[in-house]
Design a protein around this ligand. Structure first.
Ligand code: HEM
Length: 204
């Protein structure tokens, strides 16, 4: 790594993020297939029965991958400071070119918020998914199965709104961000502008 680059994600985090992203897309596409009973989507997965197996096991992969993100992101995300509140108050500066933004940690306040939302929704969607998966053996707990369908569907609606926004912010809206999930490194100057507190902590 040259002197003017700084490491923001390691090999494990990069791999795990792609596992998370790919399993998410499989889940979202097959989930839509079930929701609207889309024959073409069903046959692309080898029929609805096979699509159900693929959906369920992708859900297991997604849940494990989400669990593994906690080692890197949870402590950072839960550490909300006055600077983070100020950042949110200015909506990240996305609506004003002149906004002076408060210094940010390794994740900015929006990223912290996204992480917490993804984690909570991810837990809700995984637990309710398992309940639905096991439902033939749980016929006597009908209420919970119905409740699980509701929560699973609401959580997936929020996911399919939030994730495209995340992808847009991590690519087109903030050029240079995507390389964190490819090489894992960013230029020090780029990081200083966006994550001043983190860069300072690292001693650059
Ligand atoms: C093609 C799809 C995706 C791309 C290009 C992408 C890109 C990125 C990048 C570049 C980062 C690092 C940002 C940083 O460290 O400053 C990141 C972080 C993250 N990603 Fe993704 N991502 C994608 C899909 C997903 C999906 C499907 C999920 C969850 C279901 C997700 C959840 C997260 C979370 C929670 C973080 C940490 C918080 C944050 O940085 O916003 N990503 N992503």
């Amino acid at each position: 790594m040259s002197n003017n680059m700084i490491k923001k994600a390691g090999g494990f985090e990069i791999l795990n993020h792609w596992v998370l992203a790919i399993s998410f897309f499989i889940l979202a596409i097959s989930g839509f297939g079930f929701l609207f009973h889309l024959e073409q989507v069903g046959s692309a997965f080898g029929g609805f029965n096979q699509m159900r197996d693929i959906h369920n096991w992708s859900g297991v992969v997604f849940a494990v991958s989400l669990f593994l993100t906690m080692f890197k992101y949870l402590t950072v995300a839960l550490n909300f400071s006055a600077d983070d509140m100020a950042w949110l108050g200015k909506a990240g500066g996305y609506f004003s070119k002149k906004a002076q933004m408060p210094p940010q940690d390794e994740l900015n306040a929006g990223q912290k918020l996204l992480y917490i939302v993804v984690l909570l929704l991810g837990i809700a969607i995984s637990v309710t998914g398992v309940i639905m998966w096991l439902r033939p053996e749980m016929a006597d707990v009908n209420k919970w199965v119905l409740f699980s369908f509701l929560v699973h569907n609401i959580a997936s609606d929020i996911f399919v709104i939030a994730i495209p926004i995340h992808i847009y912010l991590a690519t087109l809206a903030n050029p240079g961000t995507l390389r964190i999930m490819i090489s894992g490194t960013v230029p020090v100057e780029w990081a200083r502008k966006r994550h001043a507190k983190w860069v300072q902590k690292l001693g650059y």
